[in-house]
Design a binder for this molecule. Structure first.
Ligand SMILES: *Cc1c(COP(=O)(O)O)cnc(C)c1O
Length: 391
C-alpha cells in the first residue's frame, strides 16, 4: 500500500503511521464505536482504551495520567495553553515567545498583540540559539506566560528548556513548551522539569493526524478553551477514541525504541549531511550542530532557489522541504532563518531534510545520488554568480 517510489525525508512535516499503530486503532474504528461517556459496557470499553492510552502517553512524558488532556492537534494544545495562562490573571497582559516559533504560536501571539496584549519576541543568534539573559530580563511582573519551542521544526535546534523552566520558576511565571518535535526523538521527564504546559502532536510521532496532547502540570490552575464535560471538563468534545488509542500505541513504541532509534536515525542524518558537505561546494549547515535533534539537517546550497529544487526533487520521488510546511508554495523565506540573521537570498537557498523511523541507508544513498546532481543543474541554469553566501 505504501508508495514505493517515495523517498520521504520530511519527517518534521508529518510521519508515516507505524503499521503497529494502525493495527491497534482499527478495532476502535470498526467494532468498538461506543462513546466513552456512555454508561453501558460498549461505552466503558472505549473509556478504558482512552485511559490505557493516557497511561502510555504519561509514561513517555514522565508525568501523571491526570496531567494529560487529549486534544485535536498540536496547534490546539498550544492555543489552549496560552489562552489558559492569560485567562488566569487579567492584570498579566505580557507574553514572551521567540521569533522562531511554529505558526500556531506566532499567529496566536500576533492576534493577542492586536487585542492589546504586549508580546516580546526573543531573538536568536546565527546558530538559532536563545539568549537566556535576554529571557530573564524580559520577564516582568505582568508577564502571563513564556511560550517557547523545545526543538525547532525547521533547523532541529534545541532550546535549553530545563534552564528556561528554572528561570520561569524563579520569577514565578508560567511556562509553556512546544515539544511537538522533541517528543519521541529525545528523552524527557516532566516529573521534575518544572514545565507548566507542554504540547504534543500525534502525527509527528508515527500516529495519524488530528490528535494531540496538552500536558498541564497538576499544580497549575487551568482554564479550558473548548468547554464541555469530557476530559474532566478540561476539553469538550467526544474523545477521538481510535486516534487516542493510536497515540497511546505510538507513545509506547517511541518509548521502547527511542535509544536505538536515536542512534540509527542520527547516523543516517550524519552520513547524508557529511557526504553532502564533502561532495557539494558552497553548502552550509543552518543551526547549532551540537544542540540539535538527531534527525534534522537544514542546508543552504549557495546559488539555488529552494522552490526549484523541491520541484526537481519531487520529480525524482524525494520529499523534503523549504522553510516551514505552512509557508511552502509561497515565496516567503523562512521566518526561522530570517530570525537567525540570514538574508532573504540565503533563506531561499535552504532545504530541510528530516529523517525518521522508516528511513533506510538506501534512502540516504538515493538522496546522495540525486541532491548533488540537482544542485549542479540549478546552478548551471542560473550562472550569474551572486555574492558569496556561505564560506
Ligand atoms: C507540527 C508542529 C506543530 C503543530 O502540530 P499540529 O498537530 O500539526 O497542529 C506545532 N509545533 C511544532 C514545532 C510543529 O512541528
Amino acid at each position: 500500500m505504501s508508495d514505493e517510489s517515495i523517498i520521504y525525508l520530511d519527517n518534521n512535516a508529518t510521519t508515516q503511521v507505524d503499521p503497529a499503530v494502525v493495527d491497534e486503532m482499527l478495532p476502535w474504528l470498526r467494532d468498538y464505536y461506543g462513546n466513552p461517556s456512555s454508561a453501558y459496557r460498549h461505552g466503558k470499553r472505549a473509556l478504558q482504551a482512552v485511559e490505557v492510552a493516557r497511561e502510555r502517553v504519561a509514561a513517555l512524558l514522565g508525568c501523571e495520567t491526570g496531567e494529560i488532556i487529549f486534544t485535536s492537534c498540536g496547534s490546539e494544545s498550544i492555543n489552549t495553553a496560552i489562552q489558559s495562562a492569560i485567562a488566569f490573571d487579567p492584570d498579566r497582559t505580557h507574553i514572551i515567545t521567540s521569533g522562531v516559533e511554529h505558526s500556531a504560536t506566532m499567529k496566536l501571539c500576533e492576534h493577542l498583540a492586536r487585542k492589546g496584549f504586549e508580546v516580546t519576541w526573543l531573538p536568536v543568534d546565527s546558530s538559532g540559539r536563545l539568549d537566556l539573559e535576554k529571557l530573564e530580563k524580559a520577564i516582568r511582573p505582568d508577564t502571563a506566560i513564556v511560550s517557547l519551542l523545545w526543538a525547532n521544526n525547521e533547523t532541529g535546534v534545541l532550546f535549553p528548556v530545563e534552564r528556561v523552566a528554572e528561570i520561569c520558576r524563579a520569577k514565578k511565571v508560567l511556562f509553556h513548551c512546544d515539544a511537538v518535535q522533541a517528543v519521541g526523538k529525545i528523552p524527557l521527564n516532566l516529573a521534575d522539569a518544572g514545565i507548566h504546559f507542554l504540547s504534543v502532536s500525534g502525527h509527528k510521532l508515527h500516529c495519524p493526524k488530528g490528535v494531540g496532547v496538552l500536558y498541564v502540570n497538576k499544580r497549575v490552575r487551568f482554564t479550558p478553551w473548548l468547554r464541555g464535560s469530557q476530559e474532566n471538563s478540561r476539553r469538550g468534545g467526544t474523545q477521538n477514541v481510535a486516534s487516542i488509542v493510536a497515540l497511546g500505541k505510538a507513545a509506547e513504541i517511541a518509548a521502547q525504541h527511542m535509544a536505538e532509534e536515536q542512534t540509527r536515525v542520527r547516523a543516517l542524518r550524519d552520513r547524508f549531511e557529511n557526504e553532502i558537505l564533502a561532495r557539494v561546494s558552497g553548502v552550509a549547515v543552518n543551526g547549532d550542530r551540537e544542540h540539535r535533534l538527531p534527525n534534522t539537517t537544514n542546508l543552504t546550497f549557495e546559488g539555488i532557489e529552494a522552490e526549484g529544487a523541491l520541484i526537481l526533487l519531487d520529480e525524482r520521488g524525494i520529499c523534503c522541504s523549504a522553510g516551514s510546511a505552512c509557508t511552502s508554495g509561497s515565496v516567503h523565506p523562512s521566518h526561522v532563518l530570517k530570525a537567525m540573521g540570514f538574508s532573504n537570498e540565503r533563506a531561499r537557498a535552504s532545504l530541510r531534510f528530516s529523517f525518521g523511523r522508516f528511513n533506510t541507508e538506501a534512502d540516504v544513498d538515493a538522496a546522495l545520488e540525486t541532491v548533488p546532481a540537482i544542485v549542479e543543474k540549478l546552478r548551471a541554469l542560473s550562472p550569474a554568480s551572486g555574492p558569496v553566501l556561505v564560506g
